[in-house]
Design a protein around this ligand. Structure first.
Ligand code: HEM
Length: 531
């Protein structure tokens, strides 16, 4: 070795021989270095060579784009997508990134290994653009990689570290729960086993509306619609459930502190409260699960989805939490948004009424299984989900490893948010997007275009979508068949305008408005009773 070094140092590098030897040494060095690189290093090298996604100007140190995003991030993300093109990244906080564009955004996620000397080293934030094509390519087709959830202290505590599985990390536990859910509330299972539940619940709601809905000043339908017939408004369990839903949504919507990992010591009380909230979920909802479990033990099995879950759990020898609040509020918000929209679109109500009259008749109420015979009425529901879904930005997905997308690097543990606002109001996909037009979903050329992204995408797509759609469809079709939804009247008898649900509201919350439910005929009561 010493001899070789002596030879190299004694060479005249300017001579041809010297140059040849130098080139050979360099090549050997590169070869040896390359051999010494682990496959992971090589992979990392490959990603370093890729482009970073574009990003909006104005990111500040530490807080990134946090202040530029404003109170309605879905609107800002959509504006940015117009100038930055279909792919860009947004940095939120010191070590997380939001990636956004015409549909998808990514947030970088805290990398605990990056904590050095009490400071967190920022991740480079990669942002993906969006359009339905991007969602299809990334979240749908590459679902094996893009189906994780973010790990945030408060949300982890609130979900019992992901046992409440809407926030579970990707893995066998999640797959098992998704399998059970798909088996218990699939479309065919709902139609075969649970049609009666939709009928009972909707019947009670119609009777409530009939009793109170036709006063001149109108009623706030959210007073009547929550959980229809299961609870009364004064039931302590009902109140506790609403309180839990409100607190949970607050937790989900306010992750600002978590965007700054160095603030985590100040999160302790929030984490503590989140744990208490989780215990409350288990107490309030768990009581009902226990009733079903006990009935099962006593040999009085109930015919309900909860019992199906319990059976599946026993088969798989698993004891995860069945209580999940993912279903609370969302369907009610869709129905309420629909009612306020229909109140100012009497022509749409009349067209649906005519369809129901022609295809079902007026001597019985529509059922959830009538969807195929009522395409226009069904399209009203689809259009509500496009026009005013309960969430504009869905629930972030996360990718488990580094990825390349069209020459761009997407770092592992980025977060992916579907910006359905950008897609749902893209005039190239939905002409005249700000007009409520159910018939757009009847056109043949809708073809393979997804009608909306209200239920998310990929492997984490909402597993309750069939249940939600059936329960809202039966209510819309029944309400339209027996009532006219009309604006309330002021003291002089003039109609008072019903506001459309606010497009800028990013958090689910019960819309607040009044309408009148004017019976179309005298037989409503007997129809509901005989149903
Ligand atoms: C119209 C009503 C509803 C809407 C708009 C809605 C929307 C959503 C969205 C956007 C997600 C996130 C999807 C993603 O990560 O890409 C989700 C997840 C979820 N939804 Fe729904 N949902 C509704 C009703 C329901 C109902 C009725 C249930 C229960 C029966 C339910 C159970 C869940 C669960 C368990 C998850 C978590 C799935 C996972 O993380 O793998 N949802 N929902």
């Amino acid at each position: 070795m010493t001899e070789a070094l002596n030879t190299l140092t004694s060479l005249d590098w300017r001579s041809a021989n010297g140059a040849l030897v130098a080139a050979a040494a360099a090549a050997t060095g590169i070869y040896v270095a390359n051999r010494l690189l682990t496959p992971e290093d090589k992979e990392a090298e490959k990603f370093k060579k890729l482009n970073k996604l574009p990003s909006p100007p104005g990111a500040l140190p530490i807080i990134g784009h946090l202040f530029s995003v404003g109170k309605s991030p879905h609107i800002k993300f959509s504006e940015w997508s117009k100038t930055l093109g279909p792919i860009y990244s947004v940095k939120m906080g010191s070590s997380r990134t939001w990636v956004s564009c015409r549909g998808v955004c990514l947030f970088g996620r805290r990398d605990r290994s990056g904590i050095a000397g009490g400071l967190v080293v920022s991740l480079v934030i990669e942002v993906i653009h969006n359009s339905p094509e991007v969602i299809r390519e990334i979240l749908d087709r590459r679902g094996a990689t893009y189906s994780d959830r973010m790990s945030w202290d408060v949300l982890d505590a609130a979900s019992a570290n992901g046992i409440m599985w809407g926030l579970a990390q990707n893995g066998p536990y999640l797959r098992m729960w998704r399998k059970h859910t798909n088996n218990t509330i699939s479309k065919s299972k709902l139609e075969k086993e649970y049609s009666q539940v939709f009928i009972t619940q909707s019947k009670q709601l119609l009777l409530n509306l009939l009793e109170k809905g036709n006063e001149p000043e109108g009623i706030n339908p959210s007073d009547e619609m929550y959980l229809y017939s299961t609870f009364t408004k004064d039931d302590p369990d009902f109140k506790a459930m609403i309180q839990i839903a409100v607190e949970f949504l607050q937790l989900l919507s306010d992750v600002t502190m978590e965007l700054f990992p160095f603030l985590s010591p100040f999160l302790r009380s929030q984490v503590h409260n989140a744990r208490l909230l989780q215990l409350e979920v288990q107490k309030v909802f768990g009581k009902y699960v226990e009733e079903v479990r006990q009935a099962r033990k006593d040999g009085n099995e109930r015919n309900c989805a909860c019992n199906e879950y319990l059976k599946a759990q026993e088969t798989d020898n698993e004891n995860g939490l069945m209580e999940d609040i993912a279903r609370i509020d969302t369907s009610s918000i869709v129905l309420l948004n629909g009612i306020s929209i229909l109140a100012s679109h009497p022509n749409i109500q009349e067209r649906a009424f005519a369809e129901i009259k022609d295809n079902i008749g007026l001597d019985r109420l529509p059922r959830d299984t009538d969807e195929g015979r009522l395409p226009y009425t069904r399209a009203i529901l689809t259009e509500i989900l496009r026009f005013r879904p309960p969430l504009w930005l869905g629930v972030p997905h996360s990718n488990t490893k580094d990825e390349e997308y069209e020459g761009y690097h997407i770092p592992a543990k980025s977060a992916h948010v579907i910006n359905s606002y950008a897609i749902h109001f893209n005039p190239e996909i939905y002409p005249d997007p700000y007009t409520f037009k159910p018939e757009r979903h009847l056109e043949e050329d809708v073809g393979n275009i997804r009608q909306h992204y209200a239920f998310g995408a990929g492997r984490r797509i909402c597993p309750g979508s069939f249940l939600a759609e059936k329960s809202v469809f039966i209510l819309i079709s029944r309400i339209v068949q027996v009532f006219r939804i009309e604006p309330p009247l002021d003291a002089q008898g003039n109609p008072v305008e019903v506001p459309l649900p606010d497009v800028t509201v990013t958090q689910p919350g019960m819309p607040n408005f009044k309408v009148r439910f004017v019976p179309r005929h005298d037989d409503v009561k007997s129809m509901c009773r005989d149903d």
